[in-house]
Design a protein around this ligand. Structure first.
Ligand code: 7TS
Length: 412
């Protein structure tokens, strides 16, 4: 059968990102640090400028025209987020500063009310620090106990052989959708179903997934899901926490201030409805509006196509990396997300990154906010190349050439 889908013009899409034309140390930039933050297309940059040029005002409080424009744009962004992740209602969308703040909000507001000494919190060994430390703080406050689903080893999969046993007594299960170090894509739908069947509340860290593959909270079946705007072509400073309406309704506020109240007296106050109850103070209005443009931009390409492209680049990079003698690659061989972590024998990851930078190639080296995972894998750090839809196979070839030179230099 003939393929009736129009071919995606990746070269034209790449041209939407002015920063990719930068020269770094006299070379064309190769930007392979997308897991840390993505670049921004002109559509998002223009939308931010338009907001500040024509709509800037504070939201919800004003009656004047500009305040109406800002409020309409801000609330339209909330509706768009609900659609972007398949939420039942815009009331289930809380704007935050990012994934980290979303997880802290749940740990603080939901956790403090619902956990007590002896209760269990189940995480996995591949979580980012921002999906570990808020739960440690909660455990310290409440006397709850932390448990971890093990990672199998360099192939970076979750060992689910004793998952049901681990779920015993668990009140909260939190898991990353895609690992920012291993590139593992976790079966979050199945994991959330099993955790909920065992009586646990579930949270998905979608920092690495929301902008890379179609994400649907009702299909995943989670209670909470968090992501960051800046990793999905949106601005920094804006993020999203999704919460099931009944969960958010039953939670106390996270922070106090303007916007989150319906009535304030000198001694006590009453809370606003969700999601406003969780948005004290002036929000990042421009950020939300810019995020709206980013979501429109991504969905015009199609997140299914973006993920197929990510996976193709990761597979190609792993194939090319395996040509280098003794190089150790982390993460699954199949169904790998768009990033690759590796260690060159005898070379510290920071040296790899510093030397690659001299050739214009932006990588990241370190523990990637996964210190416990690094200890488990027995390495202090890895070097990581992380891709997005504007990256190309030619850029991977350049990166491999540069690694080859670094390898040669250190094996002399
Ligand atoms: N969760 C995961 C899985 C992440 O990869 C990150 C950031 C976060 C949470 C935190 O997101 P933030 O926007 O709140 O900071 N990951 C990375 C990274 O891999 N390199 O730099 C930041």
């Amino acid at each position: 059968m003939q393929d009736l889908q129009p071919k995606t013009d990746w070269a034209r899409i790449r041209a939407d990102f002015p920063i990719l034309n930068e020269r770094v140390h006299g070379r064309d930039l190769v930007y392979f640090d997308n897991a840390a933050t993505s670049q921004k297309p002109r559509a998002v940059i223009d939308r931010l400028a338009h907001y500040y040029l024509h709509e800037n005002s504070n939201v919800h409080r004003g009656i004047h025209e500009l305040s109406n424009r800002a409020t309409l744009a801000f609330e339209a962004a909330r509706k768009r987020v609900a659609q972007f992740i398949g939420a039942a209602s815009a009331n289930e969308i809380v704007f935050t500063r990012g994934t980290t703040e979303g997880i802290n909000l749940v740990a603080q507001a939901w956790g403090t009310k619902n956990l007590k000494a002896g209760d269990r919190i189940l995480l996995t060994e591949m979580e980012h620090h921002s999906n570990i430390v808020p739960w440690q703080l909660l455990a310290q406050r409440t006397g709850a106990e932390l448990r971890y689903v093990h990672v199998t080893g360099d192939d970076g999969l979750l060992d689910l052989s004793n998952f049901e046993a681990l779920l015993d007594g668990v009140k909260l299960f939190a898991v990353t959708h895609i690992s920012n170090t291993l590139g593992t894509v976790n079966p979050v739908r199945e994991l959330c179903a099993r955790a909920r069947a065992a009586g646990a509340t579930t949270l998905v860290d979608a920092a690495q997934s929301a902008g890379h593959l179609p994400v649907d909270v009702r299909s995943i079946g989670c209670d909470f899901l968090a992501f960051s705007g800046h990793k999905i072509c949106g601005p920094t400073g804006i993020g999203v926490l999704y919460g099931r309406a009944e969960k958010l309704d039953a939670m106390p506020p996270y922070q106090g201030g303007g916007e989150m109240i319906s009535r304030v007296d000198f001694q006590a106050s009453q809370w606003n409805t969700i999601p406003h109850k969780f948005e004290a103070g002036t929000p990042d209005i421009a950020g939300a509006v810019g995020l709206h443009a980013a979501m429109d931009y991504l969905d015009e390409i199609g997140r299914d196509k973006i993920f197929a492209h990510d996976q193709e680049l990761a597979a190609y990079a792993m194939q090319r990396l395996s040509e280098i003698d003794g190089l150790r690659i982390f993460g699954p061989r199949e169904n790998h997300a768009g990033l690759v972590s590796f260690v060159l024998p005898e070379v510290h990851a920071h040296d790899v990154v510093t030397l690659a930078d001299q050739h214009g190639v932006a990588l990241r080296g370190g523990h990637h906010c996964n210190q416990p995972l690094m200890r488990k894998l027995g390495v202090p750090s890895t070097a990581r190349a992380s891709f997005y839809f504007y990256n190309t196979r030619e850029e991977i070839d350049r990166f491999i050439d540069v690694l080859g030179e670094i390898h040669k230099f250190f094996s002399r």
